[in-house]
Design a protein. Structure first.
Length: 69
């Protein structure tokens, strides 16, 4: 699992574990969250989105389980 630095006012970097379908998001404030059961297509969506924070808010939050790490 490789971390990807992103240009976002909200998200600092993210990583995706394909085997376990876990999306890891590190926010600019240093908090780290795991989002579970994320399909490949959703990870591709956030990775390719021009607004990572907006994609996270609209397509992931409220749709998938998560935990603060």
């Amino acid at each position: 699992m490789n971390w990807i630095d992103v240009q976002s006012t909200n998200i600092a970097r993210m990583a995706y574990d394909e085997t376990n379908r876990i999306l890891k998001i590190e926010f600019q404030n240093g908090s780290l969250y795991d989002y579970f059961d994320i399909p490949d297509v959703v990870f591709d969506g956030i990775r390719n989105s021009p607004s990572k924070g907006q994609y996270l808010a609209q397509q992931i939050k409220g749709h998938y389980r998560y935990a603060r790490v």
